[in-house]
Design a protein around this ligand. Structure first.
Ligand code: NDP
Length: 285
């Protein structure tokens, strides 16, 4: 295995005591099928063994099924994992957020979620959700809280809400084919010291056959997935969370932290996937 995975720290909450690896594991679509439950848990455990200790899940995924897979993966080794889960906007009232968190804790078979996110903005006022997050933090049920799918103006609005400045992460769509965040959200987050978690870093697998990526991968004796992840990991403060249910692919994704892209690689990637020249409203899946 290559060098240890670089780590970062969340800016707020008790979870800021933990070093968080810059490559974790996604779980969307896990827990949808009983037959693959054990294999998915095994794959996540393999990632834990390799140091990909951040596991990203949500109450939404498989209607709680993904959280149950995570529970199985971390059984007997809870302290090895840094669990991220998310509340649905439709549950994100003051009381609803607390209830949703408690239901997630039950499914995760744990007494705390290390980072709890608002999945995307909905009809409830941000101040209500933040109040619930702060109460959950005080109760020790979550370590830190953050948001997901928040654009720059959402982040500014959040900063103006009581305790809104305690936001510890923003999870957004970011991959080579969706580089909009590079124009403004990434610089804004870096200035504020807020880590950005890049979701769908492989564009849900769509990037994997791109000829320019294949060319660069060959030159590095690497795989396309590794190059696509290495591109995102160049950014300080960015955490990637690729999802795979296959242990050999977990290992492969883990290897991306050792890859250093050259100036020629980056020029070729800029031609194939141009950086945004102006503001692009944040896309979401
Ligand atoms: P990814 O970009 O991580 O791509 C996942 C797909 O790529 C799967 O089909 C997987 O297949 C395949 N894959 C993974 N690694 C490899 C590899 N090394 N070689 C070949 N194929 C590979 O997409 P996701 O949308 O799953 O995003 C990652 C995570 O981000 C999610 O699982 C979820 O936790 C989070 N997310 C958050 C959102 C939000 O709104 N906050 C929205 C979407 C995602 P296989 O499993 O068969 O290996």
């Amino acid at each position: 295995m290559p060098d240890p995975i670089p780590t970062t720290r969340l800016p707020f909450g008790p979870s800021s005591d933990r070093a968080v690896p810059v490559i974790g594991q996604g779980t969307w679509h896990m827990g949808e099928n009983k037959k693959s439950f054990a294999d998915e848990a095994k794959s996540l455990r393999h990632g834990l063994d390799l140091g990909m200790t951040l596991i990203d899940t949500a109450e939404m995924y498989a209607d709680g099924g993904a959280e149950r897979v995570v529970a199985e993966a971390v059984r007997g080794r809870r302290d090895d994992a840094f669990i991220v889960s998310k509340v649905l906007p439709s549950n994100a009232s003051r009381e609803g957020t607390i209830k949703a968190c408690e239901a997630s804790l039950k499914r995760l078979a744990t007494d705390r979620i290390d980072l709890y996110l608002l999945h995307w903005r909905g009809r409830y006022r941000l101040s209500e959700t933040v109040e619930a997050f702060e109460a959950l933090k005080t109760a020790g049920k979550i370590g830190s809280w953050g948001v997901s799918n928040f654009d720059t103006d959402d982040m500014e609005e959040l900063a103006g809400v009581p305790d809104g400045g305690h936001v510890a992460a923003n999870q957004v769509l970011y991959n080579l084919a969706r580089r909009g965040v590079e124009h403004d959200l990434l610089p804004q987050s870096r200035t504020a010291g807020i880590p950005v978690m890049a979701y769908s870093p492989l564009d849900e697998g769509r990037l994997l056959r791109h000829p320019d990526l294949v060319h660069i991968a060959k030159a590095h004796q690497a795989t396309v997935a590794q190059i696509a992840l290495a591109f995102l990991l160049r950014n300080p403060g960015v955490i990637v969370i690729p999802k795979t249910g296959m242990p050999e692919r977990v290992r492969e994704n883990r290897g991306s932290t050792a890859i250093r892209l050259t100036t020629d690689d980056l020029d070729l990637l800029d031609k194939a996937f141009p950086a945004p020249a102006a503001k692009v409203p944040l896309e979401m899946i």
